[in-house]
Design a protein around this ligand. Structure first.
Ligand code: AR6
Length: 204
């Protein structure tokens, strides 16, 4: 397993409150990290699922999330389809469910764009990261794990997908989020994210 590389973004420290409880994370910094591993094994407040608009499962990350998370996740997805997302979850949007049997607290489902040679869909891909972080913040999540959205079945080139991911997260992450962890499967993806993090280092 490769060593996790932490890229810490400077943030304006908030004023300390009265010290009545053990100090919570003070929002001073957000760490962007990349690890090789399986998204379904991450012990974080929220893991992001690279879903499709049906919300009813598929292959890759989606298949693994439903397989390991169990039927509770699918039951909530079906309820979303029967209600607010009757037409499916649009590309670039995100919605949360239980994490079932996963170690994570919640699953945030988002739908990446299918890569296209003729059309620039990078705004939709960036939106997946932004909207997922918005949902994570609404849930009160402090730690969030993302897969490399759209870089599998949906065909997005890894280097470009990693650059878009890091840029979008850096631009959108709020002060209450302590860590955003990119969880990737192979060495090539790990390198792509390390490069993107190194290129875009510094303060947001
Ligand atoms: N943990 C971390 N990364 C993974 C895992 C895992 N368990 N499994 C795959 N990857 P993909 P997409 C990597 O195909 O491109 C599904 O059928 C994988 O190597 O999961 O957004 C959905 O239902 C790749 O780099 O998502 C949709 O129909 C990345 O995660 C469609 O695929 C994303 O691969 C979504 O395609």
């Amino acid at each position: 397993m490769a060593q996790a590389a932490a890229h810490v973004l400077s943030r304006t420290p908030r004023k300390a409150g009265p010290a009545t409880r053990p100090a919570p994370y003070d929002g001073a910094m957000t760490a962007l990290t990349v690890v090789r591993g399986d998204i379904t094994e991450q012990d974080v407040d929220a893991v992001v699922n690279a879903a499709n608009s049906s919300l009813l499962g598929g292959g890759g990350v989606d298949g693994a999330v439903h397989r390991r998370g169990g039927p509770e996740i699918l039951a909530e997805c079906r309820a979303l389809r029967a209600g607010r997302y009757g037409g499916g979850l649009p590309t670039g949007e995100a919605v949360a469910t239980t994490a079932g049997r996963l170690p994570a607290g919640h699953v945030i489902h988002t739908v990446g764009p299918v890569w296209s040679r003729s059309e620039d869909r990078s705004a939709q891909l960036a939106s997946c990261y932004r909207q997922s972080l918005r949902v994570a913040a609404e849930l009160g999540a402090r730690t969030v794990a993302f897969p490399a959205i759209s870089t599998g079945v949906y065909g997005w080139p890894m280097d470009d997908g990693a650059r878009i991911a890091v840029r979008a997260v850096r631009g959108a992450v709020g002060p209450d989020i302590e860590e955003v962890r990119f969880v990737v499967f192979d060495e090539g993806a790990h390198r792509a994210f390390e490069t993107a993090l190194a290129e875009q280092g510094g303060t947001p």
